[in-house]
Write a protein that binds this ligand. Sequence first.
Ligand SMILES: NC(=O)c1ccc[n+]([C@@H]2O[C@H](COP(=O)([O-])OP(=O)(O)OC[C@H]3O[C@@H](n4cnc5c(N)ncnc54)[C@H](O)[C@@H]3O)[C@@H](O)[C@H]2O)c1
Length: 258
Amino acid sequence: MDLGLKDQVAIVTGGSRGIGRAAAEALLREGAKVVVASMRPESVEAAVKELSALGTVEGIAADVAVEADVVRLVAETVDRFGGLDVMVANAGIAGDIANLADMSVAQWDEMINIHMRGSFLCGREAARAMRSGGRRGRIVTIGSVSGFENEAEGGHYCAAKAGIHGLTRSMAIDFAQWGIRANCIAPGWVRTDMTVDDIPAPGEAIAGVGVLNRVGEPEELANAIVFLASERCGFMTGSTVVVDGGQLAYAPDPAPAS
Ligand SMILES: NC(=O)c1ccc[n+]([C@@H]2O[C@H](COP(=O)([O-])OP(=O)(O)OC[C@H]3O[C@@H](n4cnc5c(N)ncnc54)[C@H](O)[C@@H]3O)[C@@H](O)[C@H]2O)c1
């Protein structure tokens, strides 16, 4: 199926590795021109080098929590490619876990700033560029199953992800007048550097992780991101699409208390 992404211009934040990197690769395979954005210049450069065989890709180092960086990221993209069609606001961290009773303001702020402020800034700057360029753009944010079902000692992460789900609905409402759509992906467990210490090796089953009893691979998330970045989902906006191997669908029987 032609997704209509050929020569469209896309930014992927956190595109140097993990889900973002897989999304950048999938967008390139669809013929999009991709800007990979991430914190550290050396990881951006390395990703661009590896991806360049697939198509037109450039890298821009930017911290999504810093307004000036996101403004520059979008402005430079528009300068280089003449406009912006797709923003994938994917950058994120797992952060330090802590009971909310013991969580510092620094831990809370870091999490909220990267996820929520970052998604807001990426959405705002993308919408401004799409509006002034007259492009019917698409914004894809990344939430989490943790925005629906909370984990212990991850209150800041869960709050940030639930916030991204809500923020995406508001983007959909506010940006619709310019033909811009915004949707969110809520991944379950996915094998990336963020989770590598917590999940089993490739091919090993993991009981109780959803219906499929396995974690997802970044490419499986990328497929969903590319669909939401395309015009093939023209009647979707403000949605949060769960891609979790059935994790939210399945409540295992409770074990007897020992
Ligand atoms: N891996 C999972 O199981 C999982 C599950 C649900 C949601 N997610 C979400 O998916 C997204 C991608 O996660 P991943 O698993 O690929 O993680 P990852 O750690 O492999 O990649 C994260 C990327 O974000 C970048 N990044 C971090 N802080 C940044 C900042 N301030 N500015 C710019 N870039 C920054 C990193 O450099 C890296 O490129 C995150 O938003 C994460 O919360 C992941």
